[in-house]
Design a protein around this ligand. Structure first.
Ligand code: GTP
Ligand code: MG
Length: 187
C-alpha cells in the first residue's frame, strides 16, 4: 500500500502590535513553551520557526516574524512584511491605548502587504489577539465585550479574535490553528 505524498508548506506569519503587548512572550510560549516576566524590548525583528504536522499529509513550517512595537514609527515594516501570508495583531487588555494601536497596525498591514498572485492578491488573513487575559481575571482592566469585539473584527477586516495569555498559555494554540486553517484553505 502506498501512502499519499507528504506536502510541505512554508508560511511566513507576522506578529505586530504596540510596545510591550506580549508579542515575544506569545511566540516564546507557542514555540518553546516558556514564559518570563522580564521585559526585554525587541529591537527590529526576531524570528522563530515552528514545524507542525498539520494532517497526515501536510507539514506546515511556520516562520514567525516578531516585529518590535517600536517599528510602527520606523520605515522598515514594508521590508519586514514582504511575502507574509498571515498576521497576528496583539494588544494588551489592561492598556486601552494599545487597542488604539490595533487599527493603526491593521492599516499598516493592509497598505503594505497582499497575498501572492496565485491566491488572488487580496488582503492577508489577520487575527486579533487580546493578550494578558490572565490579568483580567485578577481584576485589572475592563472585561472584554464579546459582541463588540466581533463587530470590531467585522468592521476592520480581522478574520477573528482570541483572548490569550502567554503567562497561562491560554488560547495561543487555538489562535494559531485558526490562522493556519485559514491559510491552508487558500491552497
Ligand atoms: P516589544 O518587543 O517591545 O514590542 O514588546 P512585546 O510585545 O514583545 O512584549 P513582551 O513579550 O516582551 O512582553 C512585555 C511584558 O509583558 C513582559 O514583562 C511580559 O512578561 C509581559 N507579558 C507578556 N504576555 C503576558 C501575559 O499574557 N500575561 C501577563 N501577565 N504578562 C505578560
Ligand atoms: Mg518583543
Amino acid at each position: 500500500m502506498s501512502r499519499p505524498p507528504t506536502r510541505e508548506y512554508l508560511y511566513k506569519i507576522l506578529v505586530v502590535g504596540d510596545l510591550g503587548t506580549g508579542k515575544t512572550s506569545i511566540i516564546r510560549r507557542y514555540v518553546h513553551n516558556i514564559f518570563s516576566t522580564n521585559y526585554k524590548s525587541t529591537i527590529g525583528v526576531d524570528f522563530a520557526l515552528k514545524v507542525i504536522q498539520w494532517s497526515p499529509e501536510i507539514i506546515v513550517r511556520l516562520q514567525l516574524w516578531d516585529i518590535a512595537g517600536q517599528e510602527r514609527f520606523g520605515n522598515m515594516t514594508r521590508v519586514y512584511y514582504k511575502e507574509a501570508l498571515g498576521a497576528f495583531v496583539v494588544y494588551d487588555v489592561t492598556r486601552p491605548q494599545t487597542f488604539e494601536g490595533v487599527t493603526k497596525w491593521k492599516q499598516d498591514l493592509d497598505s503594505k502587504v497582499a497575498l501572492p498572485e496565485p491566491w488572488g492578491g487580496g488582503r492577508i488573513p489577520v487575527v486579533l489577539l487580546a493578550n494578558k487575559s490572565d490579568l483580567l481575571q485578577e481584576g485589572h482592566g475592563q472585561p472584554i465585550n464579546q459582541l463588540e469585539m466581533d463587530d470590531f473584527c467585522r468592521q476592520n477586516g480581522f478574520a477573528s479574535w482570541f483572548d490569550t495569555s502567554a503567562k497561562d498559555n491560554s488560547n495561543i494554540d487555538e489562535a494559531a490553528r485558526y490562522l493556519i486553517q485559514t491559510i491552508v484553505s487558500l491552497e
